[in-house]
Write a protein that binds this ligand. Structure first.
Ligand code: FES
Length: 105
């Protein structure tokens, strides 16, 4: 059963930006896409690049290391569909953002 862990205030992550958080033994990147929050694992499946530090355009983040691109809403790679990143459910209550400590299945 996943647990939702409070990680930030919603104002801490402005639209078009992301931040990484350690939740248990995972590092999770949380993105603000036009006021809606999405969470994916922070480690790129290519060589582990920090996706929260990537270039963000709309719902797509480009890995800062070698430019693999992912849709943060689904975790799917956008240019070629041979890999994905895990996604995590987000809850926003008042001004508090919480993230699931387990990926979606
Ligand atoms: S580590 Fe992300 S594209 Fe290489």
């Amino acid at each position: 059963m996943p647990t939702f862990v409070p990680i930030a205030a919603s104002g801490d992550i402005p639209p078009g930006q992301a931040r990484a958080f350690v939740v248990g033994d995972r590092e999770i990147a949380v993105f603000n896409v036009d006021g809606e929050f999405f969470a994916i694992e922070n480690s790129c499946p290519h060589q582990g690049g920090p996706l929260a530090d990537g270039f963000i355009e709309g719902p797509v983040v480009t890995c800062p290391w070698h430019a693999w691109c992912f849709d943060v809403r689904t975790g799917e790679m956008t240019l070629a569909g041979f890999t994905t990143v895990d996604t995590f459910e987000i809850q926003v209550e008042g001004a508090t953002i919480s993230v699931s400590d387990e990926p979606r299945t």
